[in-house]
Design a protein around this ligand. Structure first.
Ligand code: ARG
Length: 298
């Protein structure tokens, strides 16, 4: 059951005998008090140092909290930390999961950028306070790993999709797969504007996914098409400039997405999804949007 799959021929879905993982029912968000662009670790951050409008960022963030509340989610709010401006992207510091015995655990990240490494201890303490067991990856053996920035659950199939190439090392998924007792479908990212899997791959429900195809190596595109019947494509403009694919679909029906992605939004509505648009312009200066501004957990 534990293995990394890197080509479409390896995908044989009799391997997925495990029960579906329940959809997370809680949301964590980190207050943007100390959010800013203070360094450049992805192409979107270039020219943005000192450009964040803090008031505007706080407004955008509040609207997102309200959006989750309106959908019926309790939003757990964690204070920001001075000196850790990217802590607001709280999808990146860990990968939470529930095992077959319903124990809640999380694999902690080994962040690539030194500027972000201090974030992991904050999230670790928070997870432990929530009763989670926290697991670490050995850096020597597994290399870097950036949590739900690159590792995305396919809950209904109890499969993990794992991006690699910029932030996470492909070998990290060997240990991750063992710890989760779940196969990992490894997807190679090839465009540094799409440095995390969550910038170009958004699972909508068991059979539907929203992607920006040019961000992937050809063999990875094949794997996506093999497993999803309904592959919705975003244009380069909407994926790169509006982070349209960094959307969140917590329940298989409602999609939270950066505002203005007209083409993607039409395709989502035509496919039966309810689209909720949010402004995340201030966070996009740092290379993130809706998906990475929260952590779904149980
Ligand atoms: N400035 C952050 C970084 O480059 C943004 C992270 C956004 N998160 C994401 N999963 N795309 O690490």
């Amino acid at each position: 059951m534990n293995k990394i799959l890197t080509s479409a021929e390896q995908i044989d879905f009799t391997i997925s005998g495990l029960p579906a993982m329940p959809l997370p029912n809680k949301v964590l968000m980190v207050k943007p008090t100390y959010f800013d662009v203070e360094y450049v670790i992805n192409p979107h951050m270039k020219g943005q140092i000192g450009e964040v409008d803090k008031m505007q960022a706080a407004n955008e963030w509040e609207h997102l909290v309200d959006g989750y509340n309106e959908l019926g989610y309790t939003v757990e709010v964690l204070d920001g930390v001075n000196g850790l401006p990217d802590l607001v992207f709280c999808a990146n510091q860990c990968l939470p999961f529930i095992d077959e015995k319903e124990n809640r655990s999380a694999i902690l990240s080994n962040m690539r950028a030194p500027q972000r490494q201090g974030e992991v201890a904050i999230i670790k303490t928070w997870l432990q306070g929530q009763g989670y067991e926290t697991l670490s990856l050995d850096l020597e053996e597994s290399g870097k790993f950036e949590g739900m920035g690159d590792a995305i659950w396919h809950f209904k199939r109890r499969l993990l999709w794992g991006g690699y190439g910029f932030r996470t090392s492909v070998r990290a998924y060997e240990r991750v797969s063992e710890l989760l007792n779940t196969p990992v479908i490894a997807l190679e990212l090839v465009d540094d504007k799409f440095y995390h899997l969550d910038t170009c791959f958004c699972i909508l429900n068991e059979n539907s996914v929203l992607i920006y195809e040019d961000a992937f190596a050809p063999v990875s595109i094949e794997m996506i098409h093999k497993l999803f019947d309904n592959v919705i494509q975003a244009s380069k403009y909407e994926a790169e400039k509006l982070f349209a694919v960094n959307a969140a679909c917590p329940d298989g029906k409602n999609v939270f997405i950066q505002q203005g992605s007209t083409d993607v939004n039409k395709k989502l509505r035509d496919a039966g999804f309810s689209v909720h648009e949010f402004s995340t312009y201030e966070f996009m200066r740092s290379g993130g949007s809706v998906f990475c501004m929260k952590l779904f957990y149980w």
